[in-house]
Design a protein around this ligand. Structure first.
Ligand code: NAI
Length: 332
Protein backbone atom coordinates (compact mmCIF):
# COMPACT_ATOMS: atom_id res chain seq x y z
CA UNK A 1 0.00 0.00 0.00
CA UNK A 2 1.28 3.46 -0.92
CA UNK A 3 0.86 6.18 1.71
CA UNK A 4 1.58 9.92 1.50
CA UNK A 5 2.44 11.36 4.91
CA UNK A 6 1.90 15.07 5.58
CA UNK A 7 3.32 17.33 8.30
CA UNK A 8 6.11 14.82 8.81
CA UNK A 9 9.03 15.33 11.16
CA UNK A 10 12.14 13.15 11.42
CA UNK A 11 10.62 11.26 14.35
CA UNK A 12 7.54 10.31 12.26
CA UNK A 13 9.78 8.73 9.64
CA UNK A 14 11.78 6.89 12.30
CA UNK A 15 8.80 5.32 14.06
CA UNK A 16 6.86 4.45 10.89
CA UNK A 17 9.97 2.91 9.26
CA UNK A 18 10.52 0.84 12.40
CA UNK A 19 7.01 -0.60 12.20
CA UNK A 20 7.20 -1.42 8.47
CA UNK A 21 9.23 -4.56 9.04
CA UNK A 22 7.55 -6.58 6.29
CA UNK A 23 7.98 -3.80 3.71
CA UNK A 24 4.27 -3.99 3.01
CA UNK A 25 3.94 -0.19 2.99
CA UNK A 26 5.49 2.23 0.54
CA UNK A 27 5.93 5.67 2.11
CA UNK A 28 6.15 9.19 0.70
CA UNK A 29 6.95 11.85 3.28
CA UNK A 30 6.02 15.52 2.91
CA UNK A 31 6.97 18.09 5.52
CA UNK A 32 4.20 20.48 4.46
CA UNK A 33 0.70 20.47 5.92
CA UNK A 34 -1.99 18.94 3.75
CA UNK A 35 -4.52 21.54 2.61
CA UNK A 36 -6.16 22.94 -0.52
CA UNK A 37 -2.91 24.72 -1.47
CA UNK A 38 -0.91 21.50 -1.80
CA UNK A 39 -3.36 18.66 -2.39
CA UNK A 40 -2.41 18.49 -6.09
CA UNK A 41 0.95 17.04 -5.01
CA UNK A 42 -0.77 13.76 -4.12
CA UNK A 43 -0.20 11.17 -6.86
CA UNK A 44 -0.61 7.38 -7.04
CA UNK A 45 -1.26 6.68 -3.38
CA UNK A 46 -3.91 4.63 -1.65
CA UNK A 47 -3.92 6.62 1.57
CA UNK A 48 -2.91 9.94 3.05
CA UNK A 49 -1.66 10.01 6.62
CA UNK A 50 -2.28 13.30 8.40
CA UNK A 51 -1.73 14.93 11.79
CA UNK A 52 -3.46 17.50 13.98
CA UNK A 53 -2.90 20.62 11.88
CA UNK A 54 -3.51 19.25 8.39
CA UNK A 55 -6.68 20.73 6.89
CA UNK A 56 -8.69 17.92 5.39
CA UNK A 57 -11.73 19.90 4.32
CA UNK A 58 -14.31 19.18 1.64
CA UNK A 59 -12.19 20.64 -1.16
CA UNK A 60 -9.20 18.51 -0.20
CA UNK A 61 -11.31 15.38 0.15
CA UNK A 62 -12.98 15.88 -3.24
CA UNK A 63 -9.57 16.25 -4.88
CA UNK A 64 -8.19 13.23 -3.06
CA UNK A 65 -11.17 11.14 -4.17
CA UNK A 66 -10.59 12.24 -7.78
CA UNK A 67 -7.01 11.05 -7.49
CA UNK A 68 -8.07 7.59 -6.31
CA UNK A 69 -7.12 8.02 -2.65
CA UNK A 70 -9.27 5.69 -0.59
CA UNK A 71 -8.22 6.24 3.01
CA UNK A 72 -7.50 9.18 5.30
CA UNK A 73 -5.46 7.89 8.22
CA UNK A 74 -5.13 10.28 11.14
CA UNK A 75 -2.07 9.54 13.23
CA UNK A 76 -3.65 11.31 16.21
CA UNK A 77 -6.73 11.05 18.43
CA UNK A 78 -8.58 14.30 17.65
CA UNK A 79 -10.32 14.49 14.26
CA UNK A 80 -11.82 18.00 14.30
CA UNK A 81 -9.66 18.90 11.27
CA UNK A 82 -11.31 16.35 8.94
CA UNK A 83 -14.69 16.90 7.27
CA UNK A 84 -16.13 13.49 8.05
CA UNK A 85 -19.37 14.17 6.18
CA UNK A 86 -17.42 14.96 3.00
CA UNK A 87 -15.31 11.82 3.50
CA UNK A 88 -18.47 9.77 3.69
CA UNK A 89 -19.96 11.51 0.64
CA UNK A 90 -16.86 10.85 -1.49
CA UNK A 91 -16.43 7.30 -0.19
CA UNK A 92 -13.14 7.72 1.69
CA UNK A 93 -12.57 5.68 4.83
CA UNK A 94 -11.26 7.57 7.83
CA UNK A 95 -9.34 6.06 10.71
CA UNK A 96 -7.56 7.53 13.69
CA UNK A 97 -5.63 6.45 16.76
CA UNK A 98 -8.18 6.86 19.52
CA UNK A 99 -5.81 5.83 22.30
CA UNK A 100 -2.07 5.47 22.09
CA UNK A 101 -0.91 6.61 25.46
CA UNK A 102 -3.37 8.60 27.54
CA UNK A 103 -0.72 8.68 30.26
CA UNK A 104 1.68 10.57 27.98
CA UNK A 105 -0.78 13.48 27.74
CA UNK A 106 -1.94 13.24 31.36
CA UNK A 107 1.66 13.25 32.64
CA UNK A 108 2.53 16.27 30.48
CA UNK A 109 -0.53 18.06 31.86
CA UNK A 110 0.77 17.56 35.38
CA UNK A 111 4.30 18.52 34.29
CA UNK A 112 2.91 21.82 32.94
CA UNK A 113 0.91 22.46 36.08
CA UNK A 114 3.92 21.82 38.30
CA UNK A 115 6.22 23.92 36.15
CA UNK A 116 3.79 26.83 36.00
CA UNK A 117 3.14 26.70 39.72
CA UNK A 118 6.65 26.02 41.07
CA UNK A 119 8.41 27.94 38.28
CA UNK A 120 11.09 25.32 37.73
CA UNK A 121 11.67 26.67 34.20
CA UNK A 122 12.65 30.03 35.67
CA UNK A 123 14.64 28.49 38.51
CA UNK A 124 16.68 26.40 36.04
CA UNK A 125 17.65 29.48 34.04
CA UNK A 126 18.37 31.52 37.15
CA UNK A 127 20.71 28.99 38.68
CA UNK A 128 22.61 28.66 35.39
CA UNK A 129 23.22 32.43 35.65
CA UNK A 130 24.40 32.00 39.26
CA UNK A 131 21.27 33.74 40.51
CA UNK A 132 20.29 31.78 43.60
CA UNK A 133 17.55 34.16 44.76
CA UNK A 134 14.07 32.76 45.43
CA UNK A 135 12.21 36.04 44.94
CA UNK A 136 9.43 35.61 42.40
CA UNK A 137 9.46 31.81 42.53
CA UNK A 138 6.71 31.40 45.13
CA UNK A 139 4.22 28.62 44.35
CA UNK A 140 1.37 26.89 46.15
CA UNK A 141 0.82 23.33 47.41
CA UNK A 142 -1.23 21.16 45.08
CA UNK A 143 -2.06 19.02 48.10
CA UNK A 144 -5.55 19.91 49.31
CA UNK A 145 -6.46 21.97 46.26
CA UNK A 146 -9.51 21.25 44.07
CA UNK A 147 -8.91 20.37 40.44
CA UNK A 148 -11.80 20.54 37.98
CA UNK A 149 -11.41 18.11 35.07
CA UNK A 150 -13.56 18.77 31.99
CA UNK A 151 -13.81 15.51 30.05
CA UNK A 152 -13.03 12.22 31.78
CA UNK A 153 -12.33 10.01 28.78
CA UNK A 154 -9.01 8.20 28.51
CA UNK A 155 -6.75 11.20 29.12
CA UNK A 156 -8.98 12.99 31.63
CA UNK A 157 -9.29 9.77 33.60
CA UNK A 158 -5.53 9.26 33.73
CA UNK A 159 -5.13 12.87 34.83
CA UNK A 160 -7.76 12.49 37.59
CA UNK A 161 -5.75 9.60 39.04
CA UNK A 162 -2.51 11.59 38.93
CA UNK A 163 -4.22 14.58 40.58
CA UNK A 164 -5.57 12.34 43.33
CA UNK A 165 -2.06 11.03 43.85
CA UNK A 166 -1.05 14.59 44.71
CA UNK A 167 -3.78 14.76 47.36
CA UNK A 168 -6.11 16.99 45.32
CA UNK A 169 -9.89 16.84 45.47
CA UNK A 170 -11.13 16.15 41.95
CA UNK A 171 -14.37 17.51 40.50
CA UNK A 172 -15.33 16.35 37.03
CA UNK A 173 -17.73 17.20 34.25
CA UNK A 174 -18.51 14.84 31.39
CA UNK A 175 -21.83 13.90 29.77
CA UNK A 176 -20.80 10.28 30.46
CA UNK A 177 -19.75 9.55 34.04
CA UNK A 178 -17.04 7.00 34.73
CA UNK A 179 -17.97 4.53 37.48
CA UNK A 180 -14.37 3.65 38.32
CA UNK A 181 -13.56 7.32 38.89
CA UNK A 182 -16.65 7.74 41.05
CA UNK A 183 -15.56 4.72 43.13
CA UNK A 184 -12.15 6.35 43.50
CA UNK A 185 -13.70 9.51 44.95
CA UNK A 186 -13.98 11.77 41.90
CA UNK A 187 -17.15 13.89 42.19
CA UNK A 188 -19.15 14.63 39.05
CA UNK A 189 -20.79 18.04 39.10
CA UNK A 190 -22.34 20.46 36.60
CA UNK A 191 -19.98 22.75 34.70
CA UNK A 192 -20.96 25.86 36.66
CA UNK A 193 -20.23 24.15 39.97
CA UNK A 194 -16.92 22.85 38.63
CA UNK A 195 -15.96 26.38 37.55
CA UNK A 196 -17.07 27.87 40.87
CA UNK A 197 -15.29 25.36 43.12
CA UNK A 198 -12.03 24.59 41.33
CA UNK A 199 -8.64 26.14 42.06
CA UNK A 200 -7.36 24.57 38.86
CA UNK A 201 -9.39 23.79 35.72
CA UNK A 202 -7.95 21.30 33.23
CA UNK A 203 -9.51 20.62 29.81
CA UNK A 204 -9.59 17.08 28.41
CA UNK A 205 -12.63 17.01 26.12
CA UNK A 206 -12.47 16.93 22.32
CA UNK A 207 -13.19 20.07 20.32
CA UNK A 208 -16.62 19.98 18.70
CA UNK A 209 -18.74 22.71 17.08
CA UNK A 210 -20.80 22.79 20.30
CA UNK A 211 -17.95 23.40 22.73
CA UNK A 212 -15.82 25.82 20.68
CA UNK A 213 -14.71 28.61 23.05
CA UNK A 214 -15.99 26.68 26.07
CA UNK A 215 -13.66 28.94 28.02
CA UNK A 216 -15.10 32.38 27.31
CA UNK A 217 -15.53 35.60 29.26
CA UNK A 218 -18.81 34.09 30.48
CA UNK A 219 -17.32 30.84 31.83
CA UNK A 220 -14.25 32.66 33.17
CA UNK A 221 -16.62 34.92 35.12
CA UNK A 222 -17.92 31.83 36.94
CA UNK A 223 -14.44 30.73 38.05
CA UNK A 224 -12.64 31.55 41.26
CA UNK A 225 -10.45 34.63 41.29
CA UNK A 226 -6.86 33.44 40.85
CA UNK A 227 -7.80 30.23 39.02
CA UNK A 228 -5.14 28.26 37.17
CA UNK A 229 -6.21 27.06 33.72
CA UNK A 230 -4.59 24.18 31.85
CA UNK A 231 -5.41 23.11 28.28
CA UNK A 232 -3.68 20.13 26.69
CA UNK A 233 -6.70 19.24 24.56
CA UNK A 234 -7.45 21.56 21.62
CA UNK A 235 -6.79 25.28 21.24
CA UNK A 236 -10.30 26.07 20.00
CA UNK A 237 -11.75 25.18 23.41
CA UNK A 238 -10.41 28.52 24.62
CA UNK A 239 -11.37 32.01 23.48
CA UNK A 240 -7.81 33.29 23.62
CA UNK A 241 -8.73 36.99 23.64
CA UNK A 242 -11.06 36.44 26.61
CA UNK A 243 -8.27 34.59 28.41
CA UNK A 244 -5.85 37.45 27.74
CA UNK A 245 -8.36 39.86 29.30
CA UNK A 246 -8.68 37.54 32.30
CA UNK A 247 -4.90 37.40 32.68
CA UNK A 248 -4.71 41.19 32.56
CA UNK A 249 -7.44 41.55 35.20
CA UNK A 250 -5.67 38.90 37.39
CA UNK A 251 -8.78 36.67 37.25
CA UNK A 252 -6.50 33.91 35.94
CA UNK A 253 -3.38 33.49 38.06
CA UNK A 254 -1.70 31.03 35.71
CA UNK A 255 -2.27 29.59 32.26
CA UNK A 256 -0.61 26.48 30.83
CA UNK A 257 -1.39 25.52 27.25
CA UNK A 258 -0.01 22.82 24.99
CA UNK A 259 -2.46 23.76 22.24
CA UNK A 260 -3.41 27.06 20.63
CA UNK A 261 -6.25 27.93 18.30
CA UNK A 262 -3.98 29.26 15.53
CA UNK A 263 -1.21 26.73 16.17
CA UNK A 264 -1.03 25.36 12.63
CA UNK A 265 0.99 28.40 11.52
CA UNK A 266 3.47 28.02 14.37
CA UNK A 267 3.78 24.68 16.09
CA UNK A 268 6.18 21.92 15.02
CA UNK A 269 8.38 24.51 13.24
CA UNK A 270 11.61 26.27 14.20
CA UNK A 271 10.64 29.93 13.74
CA UNK A 272 13.45 31.30 15.90
CA UNK A 273 14.86 33.35 13.00
CA UNK A 274 11.60 34.77 11.74
CA UNK A 275 9.19 37.57 12.64
CA UNK A 276 6.03 36.11 14.18
CA UNK A 277 3.00 37.91 12.83
CA UNK A 278 0.53 36.40 15.29
CA UNK A 279 0.15 39.18 17.87
CA UNK A 280 -2.12 37.07 20.06
CA UNK A 281 0.47 34.42 20.84
CA UNK A 282 3.08 37.14 21.29
CA UNK A 283 0.83 38.77 23.90
CA UNK A 284 0.33 35.41 25.59
CA UNK A 285 4.08 34.78 25.65
CA UNK A 286 4.65 38.19 27.26
CA UNK A 287 2.90 37.16 30.50
CA UNK A 288 5.20 35.84 33.24
CA UNK A 289 2.44 33.47 34.39
CA UNK A 290 1.78 31.78 31.05
CA UNK A 291 3.49 28.54 30.08
CA UNK A 292 3.26 27.33 26.48
CA UNK A 293 4.49 24.09 24.98
CA UNK A 294 4.05 23.36 21.28
CA UNK A 295 1.63 20.41 21.21
CA UNK A 296 4.12 18.07 22.79
CA UNK A 297 1.94 16.32 25.37
CA UNK A 298 1.76 13.14 23.25
CA UNK A 299 5.49 13.11 22.57
CA UNK A 300 6.88 10.00 24.27
CA UNK A 301 8.64 6.97 22.87
CA UNK A 302 5.76 4.73 23.95
CA UNK A 303 3.15 6.95 22.32
CA UNK A 304 4.98 7.29 18.99
CA UNK A 305 5.47 3.53 18.81
CA UNK A 306 1.77 2.98 19.41
CA UNK A 307 0.76 5.69 16.93
CA UNK A 308 2.76 4.07 14.12
CA UNK A 309 1.64 0.55 15.02
CA UNK A 310 -2.07 1.39 15.31
CA UNK A 311 -2.12 3.58 12.19
CA UNK A 312 -0.66 0.78 10.07
CA UNK A 313 -3.01 -1.75 11.63
CA UNK A 314 -5.98 0.56 10.87
CA UNK A 315 -4.89 0.67 7.23
CA UNK A 316 -4.59 -3.12 7.10
CA UNK A 317 -8.03 -3.50 8.70
CA UNK A 318 -9.65 -1.17 6.18
CA UNK A 319 -7.95 -3.01 3.32
CA UNK A 320 -9.36 -6.24 4.77
CA UNK A 321 -12.87 -4.77 4.57
CA UNK A 322 -13.36 -3.93 8.23
CA UNK A 323 -15.33 -0.80 9.16
CA UNK A 324 -13.60 2.56 9.53
CA UNK A 325 -12.62 3.32 13.06
CA UNK A 326 -14.64 6.51 13.64
CA UNK A 327 -18.21 5.62 14.62
CA UNK A 328 -20.94 7.57 12.84
CA UNK A 329 -22.19 8.88 16.19
CA UNK A 330 -19.05 10.94 16.47
CA UNK A 331 -19.55 12.77 13.18
CA UNK A 332 -19.24 16.49 13.75
P1 NAI B 1 -11.80 10.37 24.79
O1 NAI B 1 -12.68 10.29 23.61
O2 NAI B 1 -11.32 9.13 25.45
O3 NAI B 1 -12.49 11.26 25.93
C1 NAI B 1 -13.12 12.49 25.68
C2 NAI B 1 -14.16 12.68 26.77
O4 NAI B 1 -14.68 14.00 26.66
C3 NAI B 1 -15.35 11.71 26.65
O5 NAI B 1 -15.57 11.07 27.90
C4 NAI B 1 -16.53 12.62 26.28
O6 NAI B 1 -17.75 12.18 26.80
C5 NAI B 1 -16.08 13.92 26.90
N1 NAI B 1 -16.70 15.11 26.35
C6 NAI B 1 -17.10 15.35 25.07
N2 NAI B 1 -17.60 16.60 24.97
C7 NAI B 1 -17.52 17.15 26.21
C8 NAI B 1 -17.86 18.41 26.75
N3 NAI B 1 -18.39 19.38 25.98
N4 NAI B 1 -17.62 18.64 28.05
C9 NAI B 1 -17.07 17.67 28.83
N5 NAI B 1 -16.72 16.46 28.38
C10 NAI B 1 -16.94 16.20 27.08
O7 NAI B 1 -10.57 11.26 24.33
P2 NAI B 1 -9.12 11.34 24.97
O8 NAI B 1 -8.25 10.29 24.39
O9 NAI B 1 -9.23 11.43 26.45
O10 NAI B 1 -8.59 12.73 24.36
C11 NAI B 1 -9.20 13.96 24.73
C12 NAI B 1 -8.67 15.04 23.82
O11 NAI B 1 -7.29 15.28 24.09
C13 NAI B 1 -8.68 14.70 22.31
O12 NAI B 1 -9.95 14.95 21.74
C14 NAI B 1 -7.65 15.63 21.78
O13 NAI B 1 -8.27 16.84 21.41
C15 NAI B 1 -6.71 15.88 22.97
N6 NAI B 1 -5.38 15.31 22.77
C16 NAI B 1 -4.29 16.13 22.88
C17 NAI B 1 -3.01 15.63 22.70
C18 NAI B 1 -1.80 16.49 22.85
O14 NAI B 1 -0.69 16.06 22.48
N7 NAI B 1 -1.91 17.70 23.38
C19 NAI B 1 -2.80 14.23 22.34
C20 NAI B 1 -4.01 13.43 22.30
C21 NAI B 1 -5.25 13.98 22.49
Amino acid sequence: MRIAFFSTQPYDRLFFEQENTSGEFDYQFFETHLGPHIVEIVQDVDAVCVFVNDKVNREVIQTLAGKGVRIIALRCAGFNNVDLNAAKEFGLSVCRVPAYSPEAVAEHTMAMLLTLNRKTHKAYNRVREQNFSLNGLLGFNLYGKTIGVVGTGKIGKAFCKIAQGFGCAVLAFDPYQDDELKDRGVTYVGLDELYGESDIVSLHCPLTPENKHLISSDSLGKMKDGVTLVNTSRGGLIDTLAVIDALKSRKIAGLAIDVYEQEEKLFFKDLSGTIIEDDTIQRLMSFPNVLITAHQAFFTDEALTQIARITLRNLQDIEAGLAPVIPQAQLC
